[in-house]
Design a protein around this ligand. Structure first.
Ligand SMILES: C[S@@+](CC[C@H](N)C(=O)[O-])C[C@H]1O[C@@H](n2cnc3c(N)ncnc32)[C@H](O)[C@@H]1O
Length: 292
């Protein structure tokens, strides 16, 4: 059993429904907490159980398919860790984590103390996180920004400021783009690419087939809470090319999980991944992109 804290549970939490898109952050933190309990964990996030809280634990166990596909969440975290580390090794001195949610990488990764790390998310989840992590010490220079990333002017102002403060900027957006329409994703991509010092962007991406699958399962409840799944472009990672981003490495979650012997036996027949566009094939992956 995971250790649960009730210190941040309020009356509003008592029925453990999804109250909006930020609750998905609690749900994801649940999987990091579960991974941390394993003797063969691919990463350890000792703060995840506290951050997920009772609400995250219940969401995972009540959403349709909410506690399934642990392998996929773990592979996603693993790949983001790998690509972010690579960007830092290649000289990034500032990481911007868009929609950071309850991610605790600044506390659990081996990072240069001089690295600047900026987390961006909606105000409620930022204040919840600050309360929980008040006494914890990050391994780098961490700041948090409360911002609605769909507010174009505010995000452009932020990206402009970030650009002026760094030599090389790496951006991460884990579990965000699927909640945006293709037009919104394109606009965000262009705004990020406008920063001359923005070098890399790490994203996760679903195929059209995977998007439809998710819309039919967990997506139904999330949609009712205003957090519908919307983005699974037919072009795959090439979607980003016209908006200033060149995919450098794309790794599928199932393939990655299989390498670690974590993929469920019933899904192994889906491997190897098809070549070219994925179309109806159920695929999710993580992509490291370079600014063109
Ligand atoms: C699935 S969670 C992922 C959180 C974190 N990146 C992780 O992987 O654990 C989605 C996150 O997107 C954030 N989010 C969604 N729409 C947003 C917006 N318009 N502006 C800022 N954050 C947003 C939510 O608040 C939530 O924290």
């Amino acid at each position: 059993m995971m250790t649960m804290t009730t210190t941040t549970t309020t009356m509003a939490d008592s029925n453990f429904t999804v109250r909006g898109v930020s609750d998905t952050a609690r749900w994801v933190a649940y999987f990091r907490a579960q991974e941390t309990l394993r003797s063969d964990a691919l990463f350890r996030d000792p703060l995840a159980a506290r951050l997920a809280g009772e609400h995250g634990f219940h969401l995972a166990n009540t959403l349709a398919d909410g506690n399934k596909h642990e392998w996929a969440w773990v592979a996603r975290t693993y790949l983001f860790d790998r690509f972010i580390s690579r960007a830092i090794q290649e000289g990034a001195d500032l990481v911007v984590n868009l929609a950071a949610g309850l991610d605790a990488r600044p506390y659990r990764m081996d990072l240069p103390a001089s690295l600047q790390w900026i987390e961006v998310d909606l105000p409620d989840i930022v204040s919840y996180k600050e309360e929980i992590l008040e006494k914890e010490k990050p391994h780098c220079r961490l700041e948090r920004v409360s911002l609605d990333l769909s507010d174009e002017q505010s995000r452009r102002d932020l990206f402009g400021e970030v650009n002026s403060r760094a030599t090389k900027v790496a951006v991460a957006a884990e579990g965000l783009l699927m909640y945006f329409t293709p037009e919104e994703v394109a606009s965000l991509a262009k705004d990020l690419a406008a920063g001359q010092r923005f070098q890399n962007w790490v994203i996760d991406l679903a195929s059209p087939g995977q998007l439809r699958l998710m819309q039919r399962t967990t997506g139904k409840q999330l949609s009712e809470a205003g957090a519908a799944f919307k983005f699974g472009p037919p072009e795959g990672a090439d979607f980003f090319v016209p908006y200033g981003w060149q995919p450098r490495e794309v790794q599928g979650l199932l393939k990655t999980a299989a390498e670690f012997k974590r993929a469920p036996a019933e899904l192994l027949s889906l491997l190897p991944e098809p070549k070219g566009k994925f179309g109806g094939y159920p695929w999710t992956g993580v992509c490291l992109m370079d600014r063109r």
